[in-house]
Write a protein that binds this ligand. Sequence first.
Ligand code: GDP
Ligand code: IMO
Ligand code: MG
Length: 437
Amino acid sequence: MIEKKNNNIAIIGMSWGDEGKGKFCDYLAQKADIVVRFNGGNNAGHTVVSDGIKYKFKLMPSGGPLEKEVIIANGCVVDPKVLLDEIENLKKLGKKINLKLSSTSHIIFPFHKVLDGLEEESKGKYSAGTTKRGIGPTYSDKAARWGIRTFDLINPQLLKSKLEKLYKIKKDLINLYDSHWDTDFNSIYEEYKSYGDRLKPYVIDTAYYLNKAIDSGKKIVFEGAQGTLLGIDHGMYPFGTSSNANALGISAGTGVPSKKIGKIIGVIKAYTSRVGGGLFPTELTNSIAEKIRDQGKEYGTVTGRPRRVGWLDLFNIKYSIMINGVDSVIITLLDALEGINPLKICTAYELEGRLLESWPIQSEIIEQCKPLYNTFNGWEPKTSEEWSEIAKQGFNALPLAMKTYIQFIKDELQTDIAMISIGPDRNDTIVLEENLL
Ligand code: GDP
Ligand code: IMO
Ligand code: MG
């Protein structure tokens, strides 16, 4: 028998994003060789606190601070200016850049951002409150098969001929919205040609590269962006993003077959947050919400918008565990619930007097559901130094009420807990499952 190696791990958001994926991609990257982004673009905002320095990445995979090899794979959409800025910022901090960019990733142009805003306006109550970074319109062009890819970007002749066509179509489309947009073709072409020149050294066929790396025993972290409930196929459509923000998106978004992906780790925030529009059954809008928002610093990394917050919803997380085939979970931001008493966790939805068997996914049905809760004792506030000290001491040092809260999550989800996070720093982590990677 020929042995095939598989040392990989995927970090996936179980809710509507911002669960703390960045922190744990950085954490696991310590032992990995390569960190890969497979979906989304600069709609993502991943915060990594590494050796006391805070990094906010939109496109760059979270292995950057550790100078690991990082890959932006074919499933991503790329705003070249944002990527070049992130490269420059890391260089300024003295970091070595070890980036590979897929030749078949798709490029975001200025007209995509204009159209993102116009489409949002015309959608009215179906608008998702996008980040207006051009994500949806770029994925639309990919599906329509007139998108411009990174390979085109780095080949000026191809870029010119494809952009000429697309520019005209988009200009006409913007006019149809009765909107005025007059950025001239040459300025976009020249600007993007220069981005192509600068990005060219990083561009390769990442699918081949990754498969070869895996076959030679390299350890890979697949870094999910957004969260399962925002995913295009299995999220709360249309109130989500335009890519598969779950483990199912890894194979199509990288070219790595599913059997090579390895462990799937689901990241769960101790409560729920959501940025933008769409239903949120366990949402809080009272003073408890303000306290959680304040303690969890719940303001969007990309847009700065205050994040909507609410109680933990294990009913929809059970759905996410199923869709992703999660092996074990990481629970984050438990410290941010300090001083709130009692705490609640939603475990079921009731519809017309009956308990639902599984999360109903269709927003028109979710709208009619009533979330049902279990109530828990809260825990006392502590300073961040005290939380860090507890993290050093391990699970037994956690407040009893927090241990009960964690045990309940484990029992409800019937899933092992790999790690617990009680602060933003890499070290504010309690490891329950050794040798994850
Ligand atoms: P991502 O999009 O899933 O990577 O998450 P974000 O980085 O957008 O949001 C998570 C925020 O919580 C970031 O500011 C992290 O630094 C921070 N964070 C992560 N884990 C913890 C934790 O356990 N406690 C606290 N207080 N903050 C955390
Ligand atoms: P990370 O990776 C939270 C939300 C937007 C909006 C919807 C569609 O940091 O978890 P888009 O610009 O993608 O077309 O917006 O998706 N959204 C996110 N919310 N975290 C994110 O990423 C998000 N990326 C997109 O707010 O509701
Ligand atoms: Mg985020």
